[in-house]
Design a protein around this ligand. Structure first.
Ligand SMILES: [Zn+2]
Length: 99
């Protein structure tokens, strides 16, 4: 009986880990291992380390390789459904690199 309760407890806990796809390597990872980039309600593109800003979000691993691919292929534009200029992309890249 006790064992069963523990197992069910673990099941619930597992469900709470939300997985997100990295825009660079396209792997699914737990949200907290990724950095969120958000298009805010007023259309600004921002790095959101807390993951709490409202708006449409995209996720990236915290490694240079994924950041590079994402910026180089302009994957943010598609993911956030927004036109990302080179200037914005570079600013985001800078912020991600310096987190
Ligand atoms: Zn990645």
């Amino acid at each position: 009986m006790i064992k069963k309760i523990i197992q069910e407890g673990m099941k619930v806990r597992n469900k709470k880990i939300s997985m997100r796809m990295c825009l660079g390597c396209r792997e699914m990872k737990p949200k907290k291992e990724l950095t969120r980039i958000v298009r805010t309600v007023d259309g600004k593109i921002e790095v959101d380390p807390t993951g709490k800003k409202s708006g449409r979000g995209a996720y990236l691993c915290k490694n240079d390789q994924c950041i590079q691919i994402c910026i180089k292929e302009n994957r943010l534009s598609k993911a956030l459904n927004s036109h990302i200029t080179k200037e914005i992309a570079l600013r985001i890249k800078d912020e991600l690199t310096n987190l």
